[in-house]
Design a protein around this ligand. Structure first.
Ligand SMILES: Cc1ncc(C[n+]2csc(CCOP(=O)(O)OP(=O)(O)O)c2C)c(N)n1
Length: 586
């Protein structure tokens, strides 16, 4: 182990950090770019890990485990922290016993997210320390630092990653596991753990004292460091922006922040006094910049650095030119390469979601969507989703429309999303005498984020058997009488059920029965084929949006369709929509 090094992604490094810091309890909910952290943690000995049903539950479970003495890590993507924000805002009052690190992975540029949020804002909002690694080594090391700070200052710590940190690989020096010194035991202490107003008011004051102490720490902690070079330019930065900035300004001086909240005011003042021109390079919001200005220090930031989207070396190069006052001359491209054809993301060939959306389009209804693979049905040719807000809103936003009298609408969401936050929304419909039609696309996995288990799969994160929760039974237990199951590969039957339930003035739930096609393995598939003699080139089959169906131009105006047998899973949806029966199976 001594001097052993490995090439690890940021997420793998965070998992390793959890192991080395003696973490005993890990919980999270999947979400890109954070999912692989827990998927790696589960392979380490000595750590109990679980997929929680959502991020709020994950953080609350970790809070309990920490109070009983366990060292804990919680993982989620940025929007997950919104879901967990209720416990997040009060946990700093109560504090911890075993160290508790909340890993949140932001997704600047929204590579696979519904919004672009800067979760650093939560640190100041919730009054918790914030650590920001700038590579895989730091990603590992900062977990340990986080656990130490958490235990010493009796507070949860946020470790913020971004897509670039989580998914890039770097060399990491491994260490050994340091076992948690706490015994597992919960000691009654209502003044510490019970947030009734009388106690919470005291905790509120204590929280300010914790922050005061943390302010001292942030000015002297080794991960906040001044790197002095040429003093004409000083750059304050952290996270991945540090790497870009070092590359573009190799001669500049740096204040690199690994712990960016509480703000290290003394260090900032000292650094500002050492350099002639001060620039902040930070991705997304001007959080450091605004704070530095509030200290009365002149600083350049978002005048030259964009506040939308991921930064990169080219963007920082451009900022460098702006700073120097030179005119930006677009780089000469010797020979312009043709643009690659645009390839919008599509549902996989054989995806069970396809049949539902094809049938829904024929129903001519508005579709309140949700987040999952089915979000891809927004794009042509299916073009079926009319809104997406956040997980669970596929049910509740539909209910809102229904309650104000807009009835020509259905709500659609997936099974994992149903367990995450759709259940309470469905309960709301039942309780408030709603009449919505809700379609739950039960493909028996959390497909979009990489096939994680959830309560409906009957398996834990370790693939162990557990209770298998039935969505239909939950709906019935909520008092919903109209609960139907449909095979989404049977387009006609699906259409019929949809029509019946949409026209009903009672609440109804339609659950699809077929698993994600990527999980159907070991079954021999018999692809479909097109009888070229019968095909009239009408293009009806192309409207199902299956990547296995390929358009072949015969002349400028005429085309034919052929089936790519490597991709085709033989689901037969295209056979059902062909008006001349030209698509067949052997
Ligand atoms: C609050 C929140 N947490 C996590 C995510 C990441 N995420 C996007 S879709 C999804 C679940 C998809 O699973 P499911 O609803 O079963 O649909 P499928 O992709 O299987 O069709 C998750 C976890 C998110 N967008 N928001």
């Amino acid at each position: 182990m001594k001097n052993q090094k490995e090439l690890l992604s940021g997420n793998e490094a965070i998992a390793r950090g959890a192991y080395e810091s003696g973490v005993n309890f890990a919980a999270g909910y999947p979400g890109t770019p954070s999912s692989e952290i827990l998927e790696n943690i589960v392979n380490y000995p000595g750590i109990y890990a679980e997929w929680s049903v959502n991020e709020k539950v994950a953080l609350e479970s970790a809070a309990g485990a920490s109070w009983a003495g366990a060292r804990c890590i919680v993982t989620m993507k940025h929007v997950g922290l919104n879901v967990a924000s209720d416990p997040l805002m009060t946990l700093p009052y109560v504090g911890v016993k075993g160290g508790l690190v909340i890993v949140v992975a932001d997704d600047p540029s929204m590579h696979s997210s519904q919004n672009e949020q800067d979760s650093r804002n939560y640190a100041k909002f919730a009054k918790v320390p914030l650590l920001e690694p700038s590579d895989s080594q730091e990603a590992k090391d900062f977990v340990k630092i986080g656990i130490e700070i958490s235990e010493k200052y009796d507070i949860p710590v946020i470790l913020r990653s971004t897509t670039r940190i989580s998914h890039s690989k770097g060399i990491v020096k491994l260490g050994t596991r340091e076992e948690n010194p706490h015994k597992i035991h919960f000691e009654k202490n209502p003044q510490k753990y019970v947030t009734v107003p009388a106690y919470a008011r005291v905790m509120r004051v204590k929280l300010e004292e914790k922050i005061k102490k943390l302010k001292k720490l942030t000015n002297r902690i080794g991960i906040n460091k001044i790197i002095l070079n040429n003093k004409r330019l000083g750059i304050i930065t952290g996270s991945i922006s540090y790497q870009y900035a070092r590359e573009v300004f190799p001669d500049a001086s740096f204040l690199k922040l690994g712990m960016s909240y509480p703000f290290p005011d003394e260090l900032i003042r000292k650094f500002a006094s050492l350099v002639k021109k001060l620039v902040v390079i930070e991705e997304l919001d001007p959080i450091l910049e605004e704070h530095i200005r509030s200290l009365g220090i002149k600083v350049i930031g978002k005048e030259v650095i964009p506040d939308i989207g991921e930064l990169n070396v080219d963007i920082i190069e451009e900022a460098k030119l702006k700073l120097s006052g030179k005119k930006i001359v677009k780089k000469k491209v010797l020979k312009k390469l043709p643009d690659l054809p645009k390839r919008p993301p599509v549902l996989c060939p054989g995806c069970p979601h396809r049949g539902i959306f094809y049938a829904l389009k024929k129903c001519n209804v508005s579709v309140v969507g949700d987040i999952g693979c089915y979000s891809l049905a927004t794009y042509p040719p299916l073009e079926s989703l009319d809104s997406i807000l956040c997980m669970g809103a596929g049910i509740s936003a539909c209910h809102g429309m229904d309650k104000v009298g807009y009835k020509n609408v259905v709500g659609v969401l997936g099974d994992s999303t149903f367990f995450h936050s759709g259940m309470t929304s469905l309960l709301d419909i039942a309780y408030n005498k709603g009449a919505s039609t809700i379609i739950i696309l039960d493909n028996k996995t959390t497909a979009m984020t990489g096939h994680q288990h959830h309560p409906g799969t009957g398996k834990t994160i370790k693939d162990e058997e557990t209770v298998h929760i039935s969505i239909g039974e939950i709906a019935r237990a909520f008092g919903i009488k109209r609960v139907r199951e449909v095979n989404p590969y049977n387009v006609e039957e699906t259409y019929k059920v949809l029509k019946e339930e949409i026209s009903s003035d009672e609440p109804s739930v339609i659950i699809t029965t077929e698993p994600c096609i990527l999980n159907v393995r070991g079954v021999e598939v018999e692809p479909c084929y097109i009888d070229a003699d019968l095909c009239v080139g009408c293009g009806a089959c192309l409207k199902v949006g299956c990547p296995a169906l390929e358009k072949v131009l015969i002349t400028d105006k005429k085309f034919n369709v052929q089936i790519n047998t490597v991709l085709c899973t033989g689901c037969e949806i295209c056979c059902q929509v062909c008006k001349v029966n030209a698509i067949k199976k052997e």
